[in-house]
Design a protein around this ligand. Structure first.
Ligand SMILES: *[C@@H]1O[C@H](CO)[C@@H](O)[C@H](O)[C@H]1NC(C)=O
Ligand SMILES: *[C@@H]1O[C@H](CO)[C@@H](O)[C@H](O)[C@H]1NC(C)=O
Ligand SMILES: *[C@@H]1O[C@H](CO)[C@@H](O)[C@H](O)[C@H]1NC(C)=O
Ligand SMILES: *[C@@H]1O[C@H](CO)[C@@H](O)[C@H](O)[C@H]1NC(C)=O
Length: 771
C-alpha cells in the first residue's frame, strides 16, 4: 500500500479502511519524503544536525510523542541532498503524516530486485566486445577521472578490473571513502575510490539485528562486481570463462574512478535492495562527488515520488549527476518497464554479435545450434541415449514439474548415463543442469519455451549442456517422440563472431508503454545485456549455488542489469569529453544517435523474430562514437523538471518543497511538451500539437526536419527548418499529429522525426496511441 499527497482525494476512504484493519497497529518501515533542504549545496554540520532535529520534531508533533520516541522510530535521516527520513510506523501514523502540508509523500520501504535474469532464469556468460574501441575512448581519454558510482551488491576489491596500476592521484574533489569496519571490509585504491554499505532499511524489513557479515561493502554475490566492472573496469588481458571468450576485459570508461554503494543483501522473498537504503546511498553519493550513478535494480513501476530510486535520482540529476538504470527483466509482456521517471536513463537489453556455441547433434543427423559456457565437455565423441525429462519423473511429482527439471523431480534410475532435455522456466537454468547432474545425466539440452523464443544464453553449466531456441526445442521433442532409440551428442563450446542478425531484443527485457506517465516513452535505449563477461566475486561459484565449488574471476551474466552499466560507462566517456553537458544533454546525445537497424541493415528484431518497436528499444541501440557529436540536443533544466511536476498535478505549494527557490507553475503546460528526446502521444484523436526545443552543440548550420509518420496520422513540423548561427543557441518547434480519418483502429503506431544538416542525424522516435 502506498500513500501519497497526490491521492489526497482518496485519503478519507483510505484512512477509513486503515482504521478498520489497524486493530493490531502493525508497524512497518516507511519513508517520509519532504523534498529539498533549505540549506544549500554545502551544508555545515550545524545544518545537518538541524535537518535531523527537524525530522524528529516533525514526527514527534504528528504522532504526539516526545522527540526521544521519534528518534527511536527514525532509522535514517536524509540530511544532505534528499530531505526526508525512514521510520518504523503503523499505518495510521503513516496516513496522518501524509496529510501534512510539508510532506511530499509517504511510502513503504519496499524491496527491489537486481536486474539480472538470474532470479528466474540465472546466470550465463558472454563477452563484452560491443563497445567499439574507436575514437570516443581516445577523445575522452578513456573516461579519465570521471567518477562512476554503482548501487548494487558491493564490490570484490581484489578483482584485476579494479587495480589502480598506472592511475594518477584521486581527484581532489572526491569526498567519499571506503568502509573497513570488519576484517571483511574493503580498502580503497586509486581506481576503487569508494565503498560504503547501507543496511538499515534491509534490517528494518527482516526485523532484528544484523551480524558482522552485513557490515561490509564486499560483494559476496557477484552482481555488483560484474556491473561496476562493466561500467568502469580497467583493461584486464587474458580474461576468459573456462578458457572461452579469452580476451581483454574492459569497462566502458576504463580510466574512470569507481565507487561501490552496497544496498543489496541476501534475498528475502526475492527482494534484496530496499528503498530506505537506496535513498541513503543516493544522499551519500551525491555529496561524495560522483558524476554518474549506475543502478541495475528496480521494482514494479511506481509513482515518481513513491519510489526511493526515483526520488534519489531526482536529487542527483538536479545536481548534474547522470543516473542510468535498468529497464527490468519482466519482458516481453507490454507495460512491464520500470524506472520510468523522466530524469532517469532507462536501458533495455539486446544481444551481441558473438556467441558461445555448442551444437546438438541428433541421431537423425540434424545439427542444432545452442549456447553454452559449460566448464566441461562430453568425455567421448559418441552418441548418448537421449530422453525428455518428462519421461523420467519420480512417482510423487507431475510431468509439468519434471519437464522443468525442478529439484527432486528426476528419477536417477531413468536418467543415468543419458542426455536429458529440460524446458526453460521457474528454476535457474544452471540449477536444471545441477539437478540433471545429481540424477546422473551425462549432459543436458535446455530448450526454450514459446515466450523466450529465440533468445539463448551461454551459462557456466556444471555438466556438458547447451541452450537451444524454441523452434529447435520442438525439433528435438519431435525427434524423441518419433525415434525408437533417440540419441544425441553435444559439441564442445566454441566462440563464434559476426553472428547475424545482431543485435536483437532479449525476450526478458522489460517493455513499454510507461504505465506511470505514458507521454514519456520508456525504455530510453537498448544496449548489450545478453551473455556479458565481466569481473566476478570469488566468494561464490558462477552459478551462485553453494555446491558450486568453482571460483572464476570473470563470468558471464545476462539482464538489463548488464546493459545498464554499458551505458553508464558511455555516459562516463561523454562526461569526460563534455564536462559542461547536463544529464539531459548526455542522454539526448546517446538517444538521438542510436540506431534501429541490425548488422544485416534490416530493422532490429524482437526475440519473437518480428520487428522490434520503440517499446522494446526506445530510441534504438546505443552508438557511442556517434553520441560524442550529436549536432543538436534536447536539453532540460531544473525548471523544466519542475514544470513537468506542475503538469503532473503538483501544485504551487508543493513546488516550494522541491526547490529552494520559488517556482511559478506555467499557466498552460502539457506533460507532452516536456523536452524529452522521444515523442509519445497517448490517447490521440483528431489533432494534437506538442512543442520541443533543440540546442545546437555543434558547428553553425541549417537543420531540416524529416518525418516518417506513424500509421494513421500525418505529422507536420513547424518550422521545418532551423538555422543555428552559433553553438549553444536554442530553437523551438512544434509537431502536429492529425488523424487521417475519424476512426482509427485503437492501438499504437510508430514513426520517427529526424533533424539533419546533412552530416548529423538527430533522430527521435514517435509513438502515437490511437484512442
Ligand atoms: C549472520 O546472519 C546471517 C543471516 O541471519 C546468517 O546466515 C549467518 O550465518 C550469520 N553469520 C555469522 C558469522 O554469524
Ligand atoms: C588466452 O590468450 C592468451 C594470448 O593469446 C594465451 O597466452 C592464453 O594462454 C589464453 N588463455 C586461455 C585460458 O586460453
Ligand atoms: C533457432 O536456431 C536455429 C539454429 O539452430 C536457427 O536456424 C533458427 O532460425 C532459430 N529459430 C528462430 C525462430 O530464431
Ligand atoms: C519425492 O519424494 C522424495 C523422497 O521422499 C523427495 O526427496 C523428493 O523431494 C520428492 N519430490 C517432490 C517433487 O516432492
Amino acid at each position: 500500500m502506498r500513500l501519497s499527497t497526490l491521492s489526497s482525494l482518496l485519503l478519507p476512504f483510505f484512512v477509513f479502511s486503515l482504521l478498520q484493519t489497524s486493530t493490531f497497529a502493525i508497524k512497518k518501515s516507511y519513508i517520509v519524503y519532504l523534498g529539498e533542504h533549505t540549506h544549500g549545496v554545502n551544508p555545515t554540520s550545524v545544518d545537518l544536525d538541524h535537518a535531523t532535529n527537524s525530522h524528529y520534531e516533525l514526527l514527534a508533533s504528528l504522532v504526539g510523542s516526545s522527540n526521544e520516541i521519534a528518534k527511536e522510530k527514525i532509522f535514517y535521516s536524509y540530511t544532505r541532498n534528499i530531505n526526508g527520513f525512514a521510520a518504523i510506523l503503523d499505518d495510521e501514523e503513516a496516513a496522518k503524516i501524509a496529510k501534512h502540508p510539508n510532506v511530499v509523500s509517504v511510502f513503504l520501504n519496499k524491496g527491489r530486485k537486481l536486474h539480472t535474469t538470474r532470479s528466474w532464469d540465472f546466470l550465463r556468460l558472454e563477452k563484452d566486445g560491443v563497445i567499439p574501441s574507436g575514437s570516443l575512448w581516445k577523445k575522452s581519454r578513456f573516461g579519465a577521472d570521471t567518477i562512476i558510482g554503482n548501487l548494487d551488491t558491493g564490490v570484490w576489491p581484489e578483482s584485476r578490473s579494479f587495480s589502480d596500476e598506472g592511475m594518477g592521484p584521486i581527484p581532489s574533489r572526491w569526498r567519499g571513502y571506503c568502509q573497513h569496519d570488519t576484517d571483511d571490509g574493503v580498502r580503497c585504491n586509486r581506481k576503487l575510490i569508494g565503498a560504503r554499505y547501507f543496511n538499515k532499511g534491509y534490517s528494518a524489513f527482516v526485523g532484528g539485528k544484523l551480524n558482522d557479515t552485513f557490515k561490509t561493502a564486499r560483494d559476496h554475490e557477484g552482481h555488483g562486481t560484474h556491473t561496476l566492472s562493466t561500467a568502469g573496469g580497467n583493461f584486464v588481458p587474458e580474461a576468459s570463462v573456462f578458457g572461452h571468450g579469452n580476451g581483454t576485459a574492459k569497462g566502458g570508461s576504463p580510466q574512470a574512478r569507481v565507487a561501490a554503494y552496497k544496498v543489496c543483501w541476501p534475498p528475502v522473498n526475492g527482494n534484496q535492495c530496499f528503498d530506505a537504503d537506496i535513498m541513503a546511498a543516493f544522499d551519500a553519493a551525491i555529496s561524495d562527488g560522483v558524476d554518474v550513478l549506475s543502478v541495475s535494480l528496480g521494482g514494479d513501476p511506481s509513482e515518481f515520488f513513491e519510489d526511493g530510486l526515483s526520488v534519489g535520482a531526482f536529487h542527483a540529476v538536479k545536481k548534474g549527476i547522470s543516473v542510468v538504470s535498468s529497464a527490468g527483466n519482466s519482458g516481453p509482456s507490454p507495460g512491464t518497464v520500470s524506472n520510468v521517471s523522466p530524469w532517469m536513463f532507462t536501458i533495455g537489453a539486446s544481444t551481441l554479435d558473438r556467441e558461445f556455441s555448442s551444437y546438438v547433434e541428433l541421431g537423425d543427423n540434424k545439427h542444432l545450434k545452442g549456447a553454452s559456457l559449460a566448464s566441461v565437455a562430453l568425455s567421448s565423441r559418441t552418441f548418448y541415449p537421449l530422453i525428455s525429462a518428462e519421461k523420467v519423473k519420480v512417482a510423487n511429482t507431475s510431468a509439468a514439474d519434471t519437464i522443468l527439471c525442478l529439484p527432486g523431480t528426476l528419477d536417477p534410475k531413468k536418467v543415468m548415463g543419458k542426455i536429458i532435455v529440460c524446458l526453460r522456466g521457474i528454476n535457474a537454468r544452471t540449477d536444471k543442469g545441477k539437478q540433471a547432474l545429481l540424477a546422473g545425466a551425462v549432459g543436458m539440452i535446455l530448450a526454450n519455451d514459446k515466450n523466450s523464443g529465440n533468445e539463448v544464453l551461454a551459462d557456466p553449466h556444471l555438466l556438458p549442456a547447451t541452450h537451444i531456441n524454441f523452434t529447435d526445442g520442438a525439433t528435438v521433442f519431435a525427434y524423441i517422440n518419433s525415434a525408437k532409440n533417440p540419441t544425441a551428442y553435444i559439441t564442445p563450446v566454441k566462440t563464434e563472431l559476426g553472428i547475424k542478425p545482431a543485435p536483437f531484443m532479449a525476450s526478458f527485457s522489460s517493455r513499454g508503454p510507461n504505465l506511470i506517465e505514458p507521454s514519456i516513452l520508456k525504455p530510453d535505449i537498448t544496449a548489450p545485456g545478453v551473455s556479458i563477461i565481466a569481473a566476478f566475486t570469488e566468494s561464490v561459484g558462477p552459478t551462485e549455488d553453494k555446491s558450486d565449488k568453482r571460483r572464476i574471476p570473470f563470468t558471464s551474466q545476462s539482464g538489463t542489469s548488464m546493459s545498464c552499466p554499458h551505458v553508464s560507462g558511455i555516459v562516463g566517456l561523454l562526461k569526460s569529453l563534455h564536462p559542461d553537458w547536463s544529464p539531459a544533454a548526455v542522454k539526448s546525445a546517446i538517444m538521438t544517435s542510436a540506431k534501429t537497424r541490425d548488422n544485416t541493415a534490416k530493422p532490429m528484431l524482437d526475440s519473437s523474430n518480428k520487428r522490434a518497436t520503440p517499446f522494446a528499444y526506445g530510441a534504438g541501440h546505443v552508438r557511442p562514437n556517434r553520441a560524442m557529436d550529436p549536432g543538436l540536443v534536447y536539453d532540460l533544466t531544473v525548471d523544466d523538471y519542475l514544470n513537468f511536476l506542475c503538469a503532473r498535478g503538483y501544485n504551487q505549494r508543493m513546488m516550494r518543497l522541491f526547490s529552494d527557490k520559488p517556482h511559478a507553475c506555467p499557466k498552460s503546460y502539457n506533460v507532452a511538451d516536456f523536452n524529452y528526446p522521444s515523442i509519445s502521444v497517448p490517447q490521440h484523436s483528431g489533432s494534437t500539437t506538442i512543442s520541443r526545443k533543440v540546442k545546437n552543440v555543434g558547428p553553425p548550420g541549417t537543420y531540416k526536419a524529416h518525418v516518417r509518420s506513424p500509421a494513421g496520422v500525418t505529422v507536420s513540423v513547424n518550422p521545418s527548418s532551423l538555422t543555428f548561427k552559433k553553438s549553444g543557441e536554442e530553437k523551438k518547434f512544434e509537431v502536429t499529429f492529425k488523424s487521417k480519418s475519424n476512426v482509427q483502429p485503437a492501438g499504437y503506431a510508430f514513426g520517427h522525426l529526424t533533424w539533419s544538416d546533412g552530416h548529423h542525424h538527430v533522430r527521435s522516435p514517435l509513438v502515437v496511441e490511437h484512442k
